[in-house]
Design a protein around this ligand. Structure first.
Ligand code: IVH
Length: 701
């Protein structure tokens, strides 16, 4: 490695260039480390890069911008993709659920086309892949642009990411039309999904709920290096724009896609009757568990493209196609026990422990029993054989007992009246207005209850709160068990300099020196945090992200909030003030007052604020992702008036201009946007929807 020039000898321009280059390099290493769990440099090399980066910043303080890696605050970068307009909208399919409806579909099509019974009608049947749809625009046979479906009219540009999917050809083979927009599904296999979630756990990141979410999360990455590390696959099954079509039937198009080198699903067949469609549906359903990827039904499409054209669309779906969805899957198994989970707010949730059973290809051994009343209503008893259902990506649920198989000695279940973790009384609050008991029974132990403490800590570090890389649910549980972290402030005392915690951390499985140092760094990065995230992280009852933002906007500083909330005893002026905040009411005001009245919370907050600085709302402006940028709003905005949008942008430190020029950094386009959006595209200026703008500026989760 070439020896770097001494910092003192660097000129301003040189320093700027090296700082930017190092930033990119470190960012790429971080992505490989955190997301792929596959670092490509040694710890020492990584640290050397980081030290050099920091030393340059110390010598040239003007480089310490809000974007600097030393100042990363708050959420991961919002998703700010370029938008691509679909020339042919990406519509969805109508659904049917039972076999009778298959004949009805065929009859409907025949009637619409006026086909007599003697006229044959070909219809294809193929699996409905449970991934996310994607459009690939090939120009002169080369992959030019790729986009997600988005709102069907406009999708997010994901070209660079799609380039990392090995299965998608960069160039089509053979004589492809000059312009051809191929559409299909990006998906992840079961095996890759399981491996990715294992890596996510080890890296202390949130798990993906199912392969579809994992595929979507992997494709919609701002950094294509992350997508590259995620094994994604693709099936082509439809098309949008095309200079000419290489075939006149659906089957012919699929064959042409295959010849062009695109992956197509091998289970696509041609049928001539409803019976044939149903037979193929059953065949696919029977293979479902062995396919290795998720499907959620079978799609039937009229084969002739000429007939497809005549049939056209009804509102958002084609008249020439339909999705025959699989029913929710059920299985019977024995309920061995009922475990009570205690959540962050003390809620006691019953979870069924089951003899493992395969439900639609997935082994289920836990399922939700919802709540105390549900167990009583269905009279579910330990020892019962119960029906378990799994529908799509929702968590499996126990539907009810099979009474004929009930063991003689099975006794009605008695829901605990005490918290199973701390032994405090567990009660159902009575609504003072209606006099009815809450469906949820809660532990009254508050902060003496270790279950609540752990859940609060998990919430504190979660994605929309402090979002500390390397500190996920698994790590919180371990660290809590080992006595390293009991309260939020303890996280910030786990410093790199603290040799004891370093030693303790280093020796646990899967936690090497680099992980520890990265964790310390991630913690350091959160010593300043936007006020709304700080408030949300506290886990005050009824204060979710929206109410946290309302409080942050209203009080502007944590001290101001704390002062009023402390004084907010019943009937006080301070209580009335909180109550009057837009969107609040009695219940929220009381929960806030209660939280700040609790002595233990006061102590936690004192300790925490000694380590962490919640940034007052004005300060957030200078750290906002749009500070210093020039923004143009165009088209009609649906969620705010033009004046409101302008005021918000200015509050966040941006300038708002009326027309698009080379100086414009960002165009926010609502429906009906015309020439300004076109000009932005021409100049290569970033454009985004109103919704993405709200997300980017933290106005919406
Ligand atoms: S055809 C005009 N074929 O299902 C409709 N869609 O519910 C063209 N999907 O948005 C879509 N597998 O994301 C078609 N074999 C398949 C499919 C499929 C999955 C998805 C697609 C679409 C959604 C509609």
């Amino acid at each position: 490695m070439k020896k770097p020039a001494p910092i003192e000898s660097l000129g301003e321009a040189q320093a700027r260039r090296e700082h930017a280059r190092l930033g990119e390099e470190i960012g790429a290493h971080d992505a490989r480390y955190y997301t792929e769990d596959a670092p490509t440099v040694s710890d020492a090399d990584y640290d050397a890069l980081r030290r050099r980066y920091e030393a340059i910043e110390t010598a040239f303080p003007e480089l310490a911008t809000p974007e600097s890696l030393t100042k990363k605050v708050g959420a991961a970068p919002s998703e700010k993709f370029m938008l691509i307009r679909h020339h042919v909208p990406m519509l969805s399919l109508g659904n049917i659920f039972d076999e009778e409806e298959v004949s009805e579909f065929v009859t409907r099509v025949r009637r619409f086309l006026g086909l007599g019974p003697e006229v044959p009608l070909d219809i294809t049947a193929e699996p409905k892949i449970d991934g996310l749809s994607c459009s690939l625009l090939y120009i002169k046979g080369e992959l030019a642009k790729a986009a997600t479906r988005g709102d069907s009219l406009e999708g997010e540009e994901v070209t660079a990411n799609v380039h990392t999917i090995g299965e998608i050809p960069k160039a089509l083979a053979g004589a492809a039309p000059e312009i051809l927009e191929v559409r299909g599904e990006v998906y992840m296999t079961h095996m890759d999904f399981a491996a990715l979630n294992t890596r996510q756990t080890e890296a202390g990141r949130t798990l993906f709920a199912n392969p579809r979410n994992a595929a979507a999360g992997s494709l919609r990455q701002l950094d294509p290096a992350i997508t590259a590390g995620r094994p994604l696959h693709f099936f082509a099954y439809a098309w949008g724009e095309a200079r000419f079509l290489p075939a006149s039937t659906q089957m012919g198009m699929i064959a042409a896609f295959k010849d062009f080198g695109l992956p197509v699903n091998p289970l696509t067949v041609l049928c001539h009757s409803a019976d044939c469609l149903i037979a193929h549906y059953r065949r696919i359903e029977s293979m479902r568990a062995r396919l290795g990827y998720d499907i959620d039904g079978v799609v039937y499409k009229v084969d002739s493209l000429a007939l497809q054209n005549r049939l056209g669309f009804v509102s958002r779906s084609p008249r020439w196609a339909v999705a025959h969805k699989f029913p929710a899957e059920k299985a019977a198994t024995v309920l061995r026990g009922i475990e009570i989970n205690v959540g962050r707010t003390g809620a006691l949730t019953p979870v069924a422990r089951l003899d493992p059973v395969t439900v639609g290809g997935v082994v289920v051994s836990n399922a939700t029993l919802h709540n105390e009343d549900e167990i009583a209503r269905k009279d579910i008893r330990i020892g019962d054989t119960v029906t378990v259902q799994r529908a799509g990506d929702v968590i499996p649920q126990v539907l009810g007992p099979i009474l004929e198989r009930r063991p003689k000695d099975a006794a009605p279940y008695v829901f605990p009246q005490k918290c199973p973790v701390c032994g405090s009384a567990a009660v159902r609050e009575i609504d003072p207005q209606t006099g009815t008991a809450d469906v949820v029974r809660r532990c009254t132990g508050g902060l003496v209850c270790t279950a609540q403490m752990v859940e609060r800590l998990k919430h504190f570090v979660s994605r929309n709160a402090f979002d500390i890389e390397g500190l996920g649910d698994k790590q919180i549980e371990q660290f809590f068990r080992d006595g390293l972290i009991k309260t939020p402030a303890d996280i910030f005392a786990l410093k790199a300099r603290d040799a004891r915690s370093l030693q303790k951390l280093k020796h646990r499985e899967g936690f090497g020196e680099t992980s520890v140092l990265n964790l310390f760094r991630a913690i350091e990065e959160r010593r300043t945090i936007p006020l709304n995230r700080f408030i949300f992280a506290l886990g005050i009852r009824h204060v979710g992200e929206t109410n946290a933002r309302r409080l942050a906007r209203y009080f502007c500083s944590f001290e101001a909030l704390r002062k009023t909330a402390r004084a907010a005893t019943e009937e006080s002026e301070a209580r009335a003030e909180i109550n009057n905040i837009e969107g609040f009411g009695e219940v929220v005001a009381e929960a806030i007052a209660d939280f700040f009245a609790e002595k233990h919370n006061e102590e936690v907050l004192d300790a925490l604020t000694a380590h962490v600085t919640p940034l007052p709302m004005e300060a957030v402006a200078s750290l906002s992702p749009v500070a210093g940028k020039t923004i143009v709003f165009t088209g009609s905005l649906e969620r705010m008036t033009r004046d409101e949008a302008k005021a918000m942008a200015e509050r966040l430190g941006a300038k708002v201009a009326a027309s698009v020029s080379k100086k414009t950094d960002l165009v926010v386009a609502g429906p009906g946007a015309g020439s300004k959006l076109a000009k932005a595209a021409e100049l290569g200026i970033e454009a985004m929807s109103e919704e993405d703008w709200l997300r980017l500026t933290g106005q919406e989760a």
